[in-house]
Design a binder for this molecule. Structure first.
Ligand code: ZN
Ligand code: ZN
Ligand code: ZN
Ligand code: ZN
Ligand code: ZN
Length: 241
């Protein structure tokens, strides 16, 4: 039993998007495409290398200068504009970051605080709420019950750990024994009965015990969270008297 649950009204987000002030012009994104001011939408500007001449001076002569075709624009007199296909992205002039200014509902933040969870995205679970109806004595009893459970769960984990360590040394012995057997015989001679079953059985049993220990650890974690929640209620109750 967790003290808090995710708020179902807002899916745990804590707020809703305000439906009243989304800017229709930019679809609430806050930016729109506009014609590029440099090329006026043409996507091409005058070639900077030849300044739109289409040719560049290569040799200054006494009677006549020598020109060659501009290497940059290849004589077209224009080069590509830095914009994207004649368009640039600009701030939407009709709104403030996607929201029309002065929304009376959300103060133009675009977010309405969820009233169910007061914006936190979390609500007290039914179990946590039910604690408020208990007396301090009852609460202490609930807490002690959990602390006792935590203590016995810890003992159980301790037992499992020592069981695992016994099994590990058993396995080590078995592996050493099997290694000797293999080395004592010629490589191609079949050993009667094959490998001892424990070589596979013990690791499997260890894995099972480790997963049991993990399950109990989770139980302890939950119980600790409950104890913390109960302590919080006790503190509030004692402060109120
Ligand atoms: Zn709004
Ligand atoms: Zn807009
Ligand atoms: Zn442009
Ligand atoms: Zn040019
Ligand atoms: Zn909520």
């Amino acid at each position: 039993m967790a003290a808090y649950a995710s708020c179902s009204a807002c899916q745990g987000i804590g707020s809703f998007k305000c439906p009243d002030c989304a800017c229709p012009r930019c679809n609430a994104t806050g930016s729109v495409e506009d014609s590029c001011p440099k090329c006026h939408g043409a996507a091409k500007v005058t070639c900077e290398t030849c300044r739109g001449e289409g040719r560049v001076l290569t040799k200054k002569g006494f009677f006549s200068d020598k020109y060659a075709q501009c290497w940059k624009c290849k004589g077209s007199r224009q080069q590509d504009c830095t914009c994207r296909a004649g368009k640039v992205v600009v701030r939407c002039p009709s709104c403030n970051e996607g929201r029309s200014p002065q929304c009376p509902h959300c103060g133009s933040t675009g977010q309405l605080k969820c009233s169910t969870c007061n914006g936190s995205g979390k609500v007290k679970s039914r179990w946590f709420t039910s604690l408020a109806n208990m007396t301090v004595e009852q609460l202490k009893f609930e807490r002690n019950t959990r602390n006792d459970a935590i203590a016995s769960d810890r003992d159980e984990i301790q037992g499992i750990r020592s069981e695992i360590s016994d099994m590990r040394s058993q396995l080590k012995e078995l592996e050493d024994y099997w290694q000797e057997q293999m080395e004592a015989r010629s490589y191609f001679t079949k050993i009667e009965g094959g490998a001892p079953v424990g070589l596979e059985g013990i690791p499997r049993a260890i894995r099972r015990l480790e997963s049991d220990a993990e399950t109990i650890n989770n139980k302890i974690r939950n119980a600790k969270a409950e104890v913390a929640a109960i302590d919080e209620v006790i503190r509030v109750k004692l402060a109120g008297t």
